[in-house]
Design a binder for this molecule. Structure first.
Ligand code: B12
Ligand code: SF4
Ligand code: SF4
Length: 332
């Protein structure tokens, strides 16, 4: 766990605006250097980041969030459950062409094998929308509310792509605890939520009270982490051996191999992991995610896909050629 940290006060109307925008989890902490940077460096040096060059190239910038926003003093950490993104997709993008390829598996089937001519898609992608686009838009709206309270500050909203340890700062802000599967877990939402942050030059006052629900206290974080020690189901469930006591080796991780890896075409990962995109095995077996929501299937018989169909969806990152190569692997 990180060293002792202090929660900062966020005015209630900002909390309310965050909830309305799909972020039921919101906490704030002082901007400070990363405590776990040496661990990250060791992870890079051991080659466990695979070919994710951006992690190496911008490694030093992760030492302190000041690299992301010069003069940053406070950090608001936010969590949006995957289910919120699905609601937005349903409301605003019900006709997106990618949604024709996605099928919700009936909850009672619960099989570990997808039906013929389909493959699993990780839950983060189940809406069919690129979460970066939607979350960035929601962050902008929240920054506007924040500016009404604090007009003289500068802020920057980030999700995923900035050189910033979202999970480390989310733990500091009390959004959950870090599980042995390396996911940020919250007792109410499990690990099925996205993280995002707003960095600001405003100095928010330190809160004298214990973090308000749903934020976790440090004692709760320690207690939940202790429960992890006697569980270990995620380690057993990982189909590729990517997850071990020493953390995650992206070179073996099905999520990396199906989304990021560019050396596709050969059998880059076992067919025994029937995912077209991403992997949820270390979350699906976690007691904090029970019952796991109905899984999402991708219709493999509907290829070919084009870059146009994939634009603004999570499938754009691997692209049509990689997806098609993976679909063929799975159909063999
Ligand atoms: C690179 C990356 C990946 C890589 C590498 C994953 C990894 N474990 O590092 C790959 C492609 C494999 C991947 C996969 C997935 N990812 Co990803 N990924 C990222 C990204 C961009 C950077 C992560 C990173 O820096 N990794 C390097 C390691 C060393 O850092 P770290 O895990 O964050 O670890 C820090 C803390 O754990 C801390 N720490 C270490 N030990 C300890 C111990 C304690 C007790 C504490 C408190 C802290 C602590 O030290 C580290 C450095 O500060 C983040 C977004 C971001 N900018 O943070 C998303 C992110 C972590 N991914 C996310 C998701 C959803 C996934 C997948 C579930 C997608 C899927 N279903 O396929 C999988 C899950 C795999 C897993 N079990 O972690 C979410 C996680 C949300 C959550 N609730 O935790 C994030 C935050 C994106 C987002 N904005 O929502 N991902
Ligand atoms: S995402 Fe899949 S392959 Fe990667 S660590 Fe988790 S279970 Fe293992
Ligand atoms: S499966 Fe068990 S050990 Fe793994 S993160 Fe969940 S509670 Fe912790």
């Amino acid at each position: 766990m990180p060293a002792e940290f202090q929660q900062l006060t966020i005015p209630e109307p900002i909390r309310e605006a965050a909830r309305t925008l799909g972020f039921p989890l919101l906490g704030a902490v002082e901007a400070c250097g990363s405590e776990f940077f040496p661990e990250f460096q060791a992870w890079l040096e051991a080659g466990k980041c695979a070919e994710m060059a951006y992690l190496r190239e911008h490694a030093d910038a992760r030492r302190h969030p000041g690299s992301v926003l010069p003069g940053v003093r406070s950090i608001l950490m936010l969590g949006m459950p995957f289910a919120e993104l699905e609601k937005i997709a349903e409301r605003e993008h019900a006709d997106h062409p990618i949604r024709k390829f996605l099928v919700r598996q009936a909850p009672e089937s619960g099989s570990s094998e997808p039906p013929e001519n389909t493959a699993f898609v990780a839950q983060y992608a189940s809406s069919g929308l690129d979460y970066h686009d939607i979350i960035r838009r929601q962050l902008k709206a929240l920054q506007k509310t924040f500016r009404e309270f604090f007009p003289n500050q500068t802020s920057r909203g980030i999700v995923d792509t900035a050189p910033f340890f979202e999970r480390e700062f989310a733990v500091r802000a009390g959004l959950g605890f870090l599980g042995r599967n390396r996911m940020l877990i919250h007792p109410e939402f499990g690990s099925l939520f996205f993280l995002a942050a707003i960095l600001t030059t405003e100095v928010l006052p330190v809160s004298a009270e214990r973090p308000s629900v749903p934020l976790l206290t440090r004692e709760e974080q320690l207690e939940f982490r202790r429960r992890c020690e006697s569980c270990g189901q995620c380690l057993c469930a990982c189909p590729t051996g990517a997850l071990s006591e020493s953390g995650l080796d992206a070179r073996l991780c099905a999520s990396y191999l199906t989304i990021e890896d560019r050396s596709f075409g050969g059998s880059s990962m076992p067919v025994s992991s029937p995912y077209l995109l991403g992997c949820d095995e270390c979350q699906r077996h976690c007691p904090w995610n029970q019952p796991f929501p109905p899984r999402t299937l991708f219709r493999l018989d509907a290829f070919p896909l084009t870059s146009d169909t994939l634009r603004r969806t999570p499938f754009f990152r691997p692209g049509p050629e990689k997806l098609e190569a993976r679909a063929q692997e799975l159909q063999k």
